[in-house]
Design a protein around this ligand. Sequence first.
Ligand SMILES: Cc1cc2nc3c(=O)[nH]c(=O)nc-3n(C[C@H](O)[C@H](O)[C@H](O)COP(=O)(O)OP(=O)(O)OC[C@H]3O[C@@H](n4cnc5c(N)ncnc54)[C@H](O)[C@@H]3O)c2cc1C
Length: 812
Amino acid sequence: MIPSQARVVVVGGGIVGTSVAYHLTRLGWRDVALLEQGSVSGGTTWHAAGLVGQLRASSNLTRLIRYSADLYGRLEAETGQATGWKRCGSLSVARTAERMVQLERNAALARSYGIEAEVISVKRAGERYPLMRTDDLVGAVWIPGDGKANPADITQALAKGARAGGAAIHEGVKVTGVRLERGAVAGVETSQGPIATEILVNCAGMWARELGRMSGVAVPLHACEHMYIVTNPMDGVTPDLPVMRDADGHIYFKEEVAGLLMGGFDPWAKPWGMDGIPEGFTFGTLAEDWDKFEILMQNAIQRVPALASAQVRLLMNGPESFTPDNYFILGEAPEVRRYYVGAGFCSGGIAAAGGAGRALAEWIVEDRPSMDLWQADIRRFAPFHANPEFLRERVSEIVGVHYFVAFPNREIETGRGLRLSPLYGRLRNRRACFGNKMGWERANWFAPEGVTPETVYSFGRQNWFPYVAAEHRACREAVAVFDQTSFSKFRLEGPDAESVLQRLCANDVAVAPGRMVYTGMLNERGGFESDLTVTRLSAEAYLIVTGSAQTTRDAHWIRRHIDGARATLTDVTGAYAVLGVMGPRARDLLARLTQADLSNAAFPFATSREIWLGRALVRASRITYVGELGWELYVPAEFAADVYDALHAAGAEDLGLQDAGYYAIDSLRMEKGYRAWGRELTTDDTPLEAGLGFAVRFDKTVPFIGRDALLKQRGKPLAKRLVSFVLDDPGALPLGDEPVWSEGAIVGSTTSAAYGHTVGRAVALGYVRRGTGVDSGYLDAARFEVEIAGDRFAARGSLRAPYDPDGLRIKS
Ligand SMILES: Cc1cc2nc3c(=O)[nH]c(=O)nc-3n(C[C@H](O)[C@H](O)[C@H](O)COP(=O)(O)OP(=O)(O)OC[C@H]3O[C@@H](n4cnc5c(N)ncnc54)[C@H](O)[C@@H]3O)c2cc1C
């Protein structure tokens, strides 16, 4: 019998749902009802291969999986249910020099996250995996802490642990609807009657998108076929054989009952479930597809020749859900209060479930995440991401991304051309090479006449290097125009707009109309929820501008905190194009198109006003992200092309106006030490640690969220601090996420890096940690090294920006 009421209802009895229920009970919540339409572990979980590799793309996601490995190691003793967990280690092999660079980078990253990882020779790799052919390999990486497990058994153990903690698990109960009241969860309808609840957790695996749609919640995932074979016992296959990954062959291997389990991620996958998941699909498999498996099989025989004569006892084809960016989905849905999602595990759900379940349980209990989980946060998506047509196209590519060589700047090819700036056609005609962010096509760099605007991927200097150098110089020495239309833009209007923003922003936004304020929005821990500029338009209206990827997240954060106040937030992202006109000759250029007084006295830094420019009325805001004199022009979308043409007509000849793209922005902003949200500024970093104390007003009358946490930190030595690095060797090419060494120990890691074309060296930003405090005295004396793919490069670290002698402030 299902209850009529529960404090929280978890939908889905796969490894993720049971982990959430288990961890909720560990946090003291006993009134937990888990509903499963079939039987526990009957969705995707039961047929998973069971590999548990720890390394992920961020330190916090890696922490989650390390926790999974720890949990799986002790669950059997705790619950009495076997889990099949074995810490057998993993071996990743490289067939090419480029793959080896990636493995070396991964090993360095792993070490900076505290995971033991060793680059080993081909000979030693062969000793660890005697069945493997090695004469065609370049090298390998060995991670001893990785392991494998039996997914169905772990799920049963988590379910048993959850029950022991007080949770009730109901099998054969399907959730058919979700009842909402005033934008929040109020209950669920099920095949066995309603349950009143204020908290719903959608852990419905590949069914999660459909379940979300019932309540207007976008859960962007789509199922794809995923296949592996299992052989009969083979000579030389023992239970402690490591997991082996040969990404160049798109394949992985694991011991399974003295035989080999071999599966993989072929470059183009087959989406499944286009017309919905068939009713009653439980413990289901899909038809064998040997044609599709052929490429994996050939590669597998090349790697493990004994497979050619092994008896295959099973070809498993099971569906798994994938997301548009290959990261899973976690967190409170922005559309419905107290509606949580844990789904879209992209073939990593067994490895991730322990940590992801704990993180989601903490999120539910504390009503906020306990650490920065932006890469997995559901708010990184917008509603368009859940469009089935887009998803089908995207996931067919995304499955293969698992084993792509992760070249810097690699762009996804599918699902492109979705959101276009009004200038798109013009920029394409000027040979822009486009990248993609939040669905927007954005110019990364411009090819000169006769050069194809395509990035040639490599770990070395890529083909665009000299062209971006020219764009950079144009901005530092003359004037450049950047299409920054993808910025997220909001209007906040109403009698309480000021008080809402005063509470949300660390800086003082009670300024006169026409003033701009650079500020962070912080959480209670003092960490950055966002980093933005706020322009006061009038007594009751503000324009808020934030990063392109933050639209959903920032709108959610602001709306949640309006909390009944008389203020309305409107997303106006698509209504305005943004043209950044930047460089020492920006004033001369604009003056040719306007009567407005652009002098420093009449139009000082951090002010904004509407001016006639050419034939359009535009909002000109004197601000910069590249550290030069300049204006961001907010142009009604329909006038953007005319303004852009007028700028070129006025400035191309004698002022040296040049189009410039996002790679130039990166190089310019890094030299000036300007921070980026999501890289330097995350929910775990405070303005004091990030060197942005100047944008915090402790003395304003309305206390802002995070103030108490900052007050505790203020005046004490900072054990972690953001530092600008300049690398001594002009040939060094850091990319971000590299370990930073000092005196033989890892003391931090880089967050972003670029080549600084003005300083003539690679520049990076990164956090340095030191128990007794990081200050200029320490930095001046310290000798740093940045580790790039296993090699260490000497670097100078400073709190000051490499290019601006006196500045960590946004100014011109
Ligand atoms: C062939 C294959 C190999 C894999 N190998 C690995 C591996 O080696 N390592 C790894 O980490 N991952 C692997 N995975 C991925 C892993 O299996 C998944 O990521 C994981 O099982 C997802 O778990 P889940 O709980 O999110 O989904 P599921 O296990 O699918 O659970 C969701 C549950 O929700 C239930 N449900 C849905 N809708 C409703 C509703 N309306 N009402 C009630 N219940 C509902 C379903 O019945 C289902 O049981 C593999 C996947 C495949 C297909």
